[in-house]
Each structure stands twice: as structure tokens, then as C-alpha cells.
Unconditional design. Structure first.
Lengths: 370, 502
């Protein structure tokens, strides 16, 4: 760099008193205030603060230490999703111009409408409960990743809908209606629907992430956006596999950041939920003068007794078996259309290749006993 | 391509995605839906006014980001901060930075809360777009301050400033108030009262001032943010009409919220009034005229006339906001000058052109009530600094130093006894808000009480450490190191030269 006069030099090299390595960290770290919320909720958890570590059972020594491996912030998120949106539109446009839908075998067409349209409800339910995570998770780094993931899920629900409208033209609305009817009333979807309803009533935001991104989604998204690609091509459908490749990119990221988060959590031996205040520079904080006066004292809430790893283990035990059951029970949809695909085998492959190794990475030994 | 109309297509993509749960109780998924007494009969008929799909959203927003960050990069690369007409502008930008930017972030979390808890898909899709927008605003604003912070004081520990400083309790308590309300109240508070009624006056005059003084980056922040606000305003209007039309029993509840949030919004805009009237050396418009245009004409005389048919009357105490328009920015600037030794952005000694402009724009009030106060600083810039801690309003948390607009030589301060304690308020507007929900407002965090309880540590140094800045970063601008650095920086670039043509 050329000589720069001293008067033009910045007075500090880093914008903030806390170190940041890149633009993502500049706009992400210390965004959420941790102290001195003014009021407590009028209707929900009336003894909790606005940003309160008690919204989850897990504890970490620094909530702001989590980093999204892809470092997405609003600029990079919208830029990358713009590309994906244009690619998806391009796929539909080419399919229409080349008459690709006409080359798809009837049997696959009927199956795919019965399979892909109900699953837009699954994506949407995930998006809804992630908004709960966005509100209650601790710290901007975690909730920011949840925000973009929720938006991705809404996007995928819309892409699945667009696809249905494209395939069947004027009958599109009826197909979506039928998809919803299957989702609500067909026995093959009952367990998955019930699973998502239980996710929607889960209050611990970290548990929601386990239920969605550790348990059910790796299993079902492998079927939806990866393993059916070859089958679809066999029936002359190139549209679904091309769209699935883009969805798989989003899904890979959502699993990647969730894995990074729970690795951090599982390896964190912190036992006090108030430990994180030290990392924020409040090591000598005596507490809030209102505690015990106008507000209850949050320190009187008993500490969680289990370690993070034990809590995660408990959650995996709670969510993974019904997740496997819910996905495997989709098999009749394939069978009734004569599509040769074993969901059970797909789930088994994903468990062995993806889910178990990932859990091992978090120090969690888990095997389903079939 | 299917022959569906755009409207039908949009509906197909964004409606009917949620189902009536079969294995769990609806109220377990939506535990807050009945808490506030709002009744919803047929929410399906409500339309999201902007019809924005995922694809449209990311394409439009990525384009906006691209343009904005190009302007930012050019500003940063070409010494943009040295090219503005007067560096005191940055003191105003600092105020905006540490007050408004965290508010954007709170709004982000808040919109997710609303969308999660209101079981109406049209509303939810719009609120979730807005949740992303608010994160965008927080980030494009913080990028401006990240660059400024390398050259100017006061911003480098903004998170601590936001958590602990008295000044920040004003916007923070506002958003905390909405975050702790039920989801429908939060929707009316932010989408209608804040966005629909006040957001024009927040971003348009301030962006115009930024452009007038030559802060091209901040002008772009303002305009780019405002382009999203158009969507938020439309949501606010749709949400309000929906609640009013769904059930007559909603009307008194909504009226109560409009009363509360109109005044709540109006009060946090006091600082915006100083950012319009005082900090820019070249002014685009006065607070008084902006208020007349955006609030009196458009909202009070326009919108509330339309709402009359629902049985909605103009918000309580709205006459006071009109009366106060000739005093607002001056009274607020006086407060800021009183406490500028304990704030992260500085006051400044008014210059002859300031006196001239303020007298001309405010012929009835400025010379008579306020100029003598500011002239006290001619000999010593700290002459008006108030010793001790301010008594602040228990609702808006601004020091109780607003004059009664009917008798400007007297303070407007109000007192209420509640549960054996006396509570102070800056105005009848804030007092009335307290009386509606005293149990909520007695919870407020008052930094002075925290300080006296020892939370800030034993010494003044500890206190400033807690605030996130040092005493040198406070006080008056033209006698500050920021100003002197800025002058030297300009000299180095040759920007101090003036050229004559003969």
C-alpha cells in the first residue's frame, strides 16, 4: 500500500471493542442486548426476561460465540437465494418451452403429485416453528441462521406449489387442495403430520432445532431432494431432480450450521445458565436492582442438573424414533402408485451415513433398535 | 405455463399451508391467540397487500442490497466522511446509530414473534418478510457505523451503550414494551402506529438531511430502508382494518392500543426532531413542517377521518402533539445539552446561521423561550450541563424537562401515586399510558437507581466503562477531538481550499 499520511489513518483498526474477523461478524456479534430488559411478558412466561437463558435447558459459556459456517448475513443470504430463485424459475421455464412435462411417465406424474404437494405443509410447519426459535433463541448468531432457514423453508414450500401448478396447468389449485387433503386425512401422512404438530407445541427452542434439523429433516429431505432423483429420471422427469439439487443446497446448509451449533453445545461443560454473562464482560455484575422488588429473581430458578450432552441425548431419544417411524410410514404412497422405492432402506442409509456419525461427533451414542 | 391469474397464483403459493391440528390442541400451538380479547372470525379473506413471494423477495432485495453496498463501498473508499459540510452531523448519526439501529434489531425479533403467534397466513407471510427486512435495516445501518467507528468516537462499544446507557432506555423501553405485549397489540404498535403513522417522518426528512449535508452513504441507508417501509405501512393498514372489521368487540381494544402507541411513538421521535432541526447544518425541512405534512395532514386529518366510520376517534392527547410541534425539537435539544457530558454523542455550540434558521422557522417560540438557553454556552460550552442524575419519565424514560406548551415557562411534569410510591411523567400523554397498565410500567429499568444500587461500580471510570465510552467522547462537538481530527483530515485531502474564479 502506498504511503498514507498519519492524519488519514483511522483511530482504531477494528470498529468494535470486541474482535471481528469479517463483515458477517461485524453485523452479527453483540446485536442482541443481554441486560436490562424493561418489562416482562404480559401473557407468556411472565417471570422471564425478554432474552432469557431459561427458554432452553442447554447452557453455554458464550451465546455469541456460535458462528454460521457459511457466514450468511442479509447481503450474502439474499444474493445467494436470488441465484437459486432464478435457477428454479429457469428450470420451470425450460421445462415449459421444451414440453418436458409431456415426457414424464403417467405413473410417476400421479405419484409425484401425491407425494410432493403434501410435503409443502411439512416445510411450512418447520418455517412456522423456526419463527419461535427466532424470537426466543439466545444471541443473534443462532437466531440469524434460524431466520434464513425459516425463509428457505417457506421458499421450498412455494417451489413445490409452483411445480404442481406448472405440471398440471389449470388443474393446479385442485392438485394443491388434494395434497392438503392427503396431508390431513391420509393414513400414510398421519405420523409425519402428528410429528410436525408436536414440533409446533415444543417450547424449548434448542429442542425444536433437534426435532427438525437433527431428527426428521435429514431423513425426509434425503428422500425428497436426493434419493428420488434417480427414480424420477428413470420415469423421464428431469424437472424434479433439477429443483431438488437446489433445495439440497439449502438443506445441506441448515444441517451444517445446526451440527456446528450442537457440537459447540455438546462440548460445552458449562453448568450454570448465567455463565455467559462473563464472556460479555459482566463478570462482576451484581444482578439487577429490580430483582426481588418489582421483578422476580431469575437466579432462584433451580439450575438444570443434566449436562448438555445428556440433555441432547434425551432429546434425540425423544425425537429420532418417531421421526424414523413417520418417514418410514410414507411407504404406502409409493406402493399404491407402484413406484419401486424402499423408504425404510433410504432411512437406514441416512441413519448410518449421516445421522449416527453426526451424533457421534457430538459424543452421543445412539442406535435404533428395530 | 398455467393460465392462472397472478392473484390466484399468489394465493396458491402462500395460503392454506397451515391445517387444523388433529393430534394436538389448536390452543397449544397458539397459546396467545385469545389472551388479548381479540376476536377473529374469518381470517382467510384477508389479503397481504404486497403479494410478495419468496422468489420476488430475494430478487428485489438482492438488487437493493447490491446498489446500496456499492454506494457504501464508494463512500468508504473515497473519504466520504470528510466531504460532508460539517462534522457535527456525525453526532446526530451517532444518536441514530445507537438508538435506532438496536430498535431495528428488536423489531426483527418482534416480527417473528407476531408471525409465529397470529394464525393468519396473510399476516404471517408479510410479517415474516418484515422480520427479514428489519434484520436488513439493522445490518445496513451497522455497516455505516462500523466504518464511522474507525474514525469517530462514541460507537466502538455500542452494544454496551445500548444495554446500559440512560439515553438508550428511551428506544429500548419502547420496543421492549411491544415485545412483551400480546401479538395483536405488538402488530398494531409496530405495523400501524410506528410504521404507518410515523415512519415517513423518521426516514424521509433524515435521509433528505443526510443528502443535504453530503452524507451519501447515510442518505442511501435512509432511502433503501424506506423502500421496504412502504410494504410495512401497507401491512399496518391491512392489519388495522382486519381487526376492526372482524368483530365489533375488537374496536375498543384497538382504540386503547392506538391511544397508547400513538403517544409512545410520538415521544421517541423527540430525538428525531433534533436530528431534523439541529444537527444538520444544511436543513431539508423543519420538524414542525414535517410533522404538519406527515402526521397532521396525512394521519390526523386524513387517515383518522377514514377510521371514523369504524367508531375509531383520533388518539388520546393528539392535540398535545400538535401544540408541542413548535417546542419539541428545542426542548429536546435542551435536554440533550443538559446531559451531554454523559452521552455518547455530543451537543454543539449553535452557530449564527443556526440561530437565524431556527428563528425563521420557529418565529413564535425559538427566540423567546430557547435561544437564551443556547446563548449561555457562548462563553463556556459546558455552562448548561446539569449536575446529578436526571429524573426521567417512568413511561418514555426521557428526562422530565418538557415545557407545558400552553405555558412554556412551566414544566409539564405529572405525578401519580401508585402502591405507596410516587411516579413521575414527562407529560399527560405518558401519565395516561401508565394509568392504563401500571403493573407493567413499575417494572421499568431506571439507570439512576441501578447506579445508586452499585451496579455500575464504585467510580466514575467504572460508570463510563459500563456505558461503553469515555468522558472525552462526550461533551461538545466543536471543542472535541472528533472535530479537530476531521479538520486535519480535510486539510490533508485539500478539502479546506476554496477556489475563486476571476
Amino acid at each position: 500500500m502506498a504511503f498514507q499520511p498519519k492524519t488519514l489513518e483511522p483511530v482504531r483498526q477494528q470498529p468494535w471493542d470486541w474482535p471481528t474477523k469479517n463483515e458477517y461478524e461485524e453485523v452479527t456479534v453483540r446485536e442482541q442486548p443481554y441486560l436490562h430488559g424493561h418489562y416482562r411478558h404480559k401473557y407468556y412466561k411472565t417471570d422471564y426476561d425478554i432474552y432469557d437463558p431459561r427458554y432452553t435447558r442447554i447452557r453455554v459459556k458464550d451465546w455469541d460465540a456460535f458462528r454460521d459456517p457459511k457466514r450468511l448475513w442479509y447481503e450474502t443470504y439474499t444474493m445467494s437465494r436470488k441465484r437459486m430463485a432464478e435457477e428454479v424459475e429457469g428450470i420451470f421455464d425450460r421445462a415449459h418451452k421444451l414440453g418436458l412435462y409431456g415426457r414424464v411417465a403417467e405413473v410417476w406424474k400421479n405419484f409425484s403429485m401425491d407425494f410432493y404437494t403434501p410435503l409443502r405443509h411439512y416445510e411450512y410447519a418447520g418455517a412456522v416453528q423456526l419463527q419461535h426459535v427466532v424470537r426466543y433463541a439466545m444471541g443473534c448468531p443462532i437466531e440469524q441462521a434460524a431466520t434464513y432457514t425459516a425463509f428457505d423453508k417457506q421458499g421450498r414450500a412455494q417451489w413445490l406449489s409452483t411445480w404442481a401448478l406448472e405440471v398440471v396447468g389449470d388443474e393446479g389449485l385442485a392438485v394443491l387442495q388434494r395434497g392438503k387433503d392427503l396431508w390431513v386425512n391420509d393414513g400414510a401422512y398421519a405420523k409425519l403430520r402428528r410429528y410436525m404438530e408436536h414440533v409446533l407445541t415444543t417450547e424449548d427452542w434448542a429442542e425444536v432445532l433437534v426435532a427438525l434439523h437433527v431428527a426428521i429433516e435429514p431423513l425426509i429431505d434425503r428422500v425428497l431432494y436426493e434419493e428420488l432423483n434417480q427414480v424420477a429420471l428413470g420415469y423421464g422427469d428431469v424437472v424434479i431432480p433439477e429443483m431438488a439439487l437446489i433445495c439440497a443446497e439449502q438443506v445441506a446448509w441448515q444441517e451444517q450450521w445446526t451440527e456446528a451449533l450442537f457440537k459447540m453445545v455438546a462440548g460445552d461443560p458449562t453448568l450454570s445458565r448465567w455463565e455467559y454473562l462473563k464472556a460479555l464482560g459482566y463478570e462482576r455484575w451484581p444482578g439487577d436492582y429490580r430483582w426481588g422488588k418489582t421483578l422476580t429473581d431469575p437466579r432462584t430458578t433451580p439450575e438444570e442438573e443434566k449436562t448438555n450432552r445428556e440433555i441432547l441425548e434425551e432429546w434425540v431419544h425423544r425425537w429420532l424414533p418417531p421421526a424414523v417411524e413417520a418417514v418410514v410410514s410414507l411407504q404406502p404412497v409409493f406402493d399404491r402408485h407402484g413406484i419401486a422405492f424402499s423408504v425404510e432402506q433410504s432411512v437406514e442409509r441416512t441413519l448410518q451415513r449421516v445421522v449416527y456419525p453426526r451424533l457421534q461427533g457430538m459424543g452421543i451414542l445412539f442406535q435404533l433398535t428395530s | 405455463m398455467a393460465k392462472l391469474t397472478a392473484g390466484t397464483r399468489y394465493k396458491a403459493l402462500t395460503r392454506d399451508l397451515m391445517w387444523d391440528p388433529k393430534d394436538v390442541d389448536f390452543k397449544k400451538i397458539y397459546p396467545l391467540v385469545e389472551a388479548e380479547g381479540i376476536r377473529i372470525k374469518d381470517p382467510k379473506r384477508w389479503e397481504d397487500p404486497f403479494r410478495m413471494t419468496f422468489n420476488q423477495y430475494v430478487k428485489i432485495q438482492a438488487e437493493k442490497e447490491h446498489l446500496h453496498h456499492a454506494i457504501r463501498s464508494a463512500f468508504e473508499a473515497n473519504h466520504g466522511h470528510a466531504r460532508i459540510v460539517d462534522s457535527r452531523w456525525f453526532e446526530g448519526v451517532k444518536a441514530f446509530a445507537v438508538a435506532i439501529q438496536p430498535a431495528e434489531y428488536s423489531a426483527h425479533r418482534l416480527m417473528a414473534y407476531i408471525g409465529r403467534n397470529i394464525p393468519i397466513e396473510a399476516i404471517r407471510f408479510a410479517t415474516f418478510n418484515q422480520a427479514l427486512d428489519e434484520l436488513r435495516h439493522a445490518q445496513i445501518e451497522i455497516k455505516h457505523y462500523a466504518h464511522m467507528s474507525k474514525y469517530y468516537d462514541g460507537l466502538h462499544a455500542y452494544a454496551k451503550t445500548n444495554e446500559n446507557l440512560w439515553f438508550n432506555t428511551v428506544p429500548k423501553s419502547f420496543f421492549d414494551d411491544a415485545l412483551t405485549a400480546g401479538p395483536f397489540e405488538a402488530l398494531i404498535a409496530i405495523s400501524f402506529s410506528f410504521e404507518y403513522v410515523f415512519t415517513n417522518i423518521l426516514f424521509l426528512p433524515f435521509a433528505a438531511s443526510a443528502a443535504a449535508v453530503g452524507d451519501e452513504h447515510f442518505a442511501s441507508v435512509g432511502k433503501s430502508v424506506q423502500s421496504d417501509e412502504a410494504r410495512h405501512m401497507a401491512l399496518g393498514m391491512a392489519a388495522l382494518k382486519m381487526l376492526l372489521e372482524e368483530d365489533d368487540r375488537n374496536i375498543p381494544i384497538v382504540q386503547r392500543w392506538l391511544d397508547k402507541w400513538y403517544w409512545r411513538c410520538y415521544r421517541i421521535f423527540s430525538v428525531i426532531a433534533t436530528l431534523v432541526d439541529y444537527y444538520p447544518r444544511v436543513r431539508a425541512i423543519s420538524w414542525k413542517r414535517a410533522f404538519e405534512m406527515y402526521v397532521e395532514d396525512q394521519v390526523l386529518n386524513g387517515l383518522f377521518k377514514d377510521l371514523f366510520k369504524y367508531g375509531i376517534r383520533p388518539p388520546r392527547n393528539f392535540e398535545d402533539t400538535i401544540k408541542e410541534k413548535e417546542h419539541y425539537s428545542h426542548a429536546t435539544m435542551r435536554i440533550l445539552d443538559h446531559y451531554k457530558h454523559a452521552n455518547y454523542f455530543r451537543g454543539f455550540r449553535l452557530q449564527p446561521d443556526d440561530y437565524e434558521w431556527l428563528s425563521r422557522e420557529y418565529p413564535n417560540t425559538f427566540e423567546r423561550y430557547y435561544a437564551p438557553f443556547f446563548r449561555k454556552m457562548d462563553d463556556h460550552v459546558m455552562a448548561v450541563a446539569a449536575p446529578g442524575l436526571p429524573a426521567v419519565c417512568a413511561v418514555c424514560q426521557i428526562p422530565c424537562e418538557f415545557p407545558n406548551p400552553d405555558r412554556p415557562e412551566q414544566m409539564w411534569t405529572q405525578y401519580v401515586e401508585y402502591n405507596g410510591k410516587t411516579h413521575m411523567f414527562c407529560s399527560p400523554g405518558c401519565r395516561d399510558i401508565f394509568l392504563e397498565e401500571p403493573e407493567k410500567y413499575i417494572q421499568w429499568w431506571w439507570p439512576a437507581e441501578s447506579y445508586l444500587s452499585g451496579e455500575f461500580g464504585p467510580t466514575l471510570e467504572d460508570m463510563f466503562e459500563y456505558f461503553g465510552f469515555t468522558p472525552e467522547e462526550a461533551n461538545e462537538h466543536y471543542s472535541s477531538r472528533d472535530y479537530h481530527r476531521w479538520i486535519r483530515y480535510r486539510e490533508e485531502l485539500g478539502l479546506d481550499k476554496t477556489f475563486q474564479v476571476v
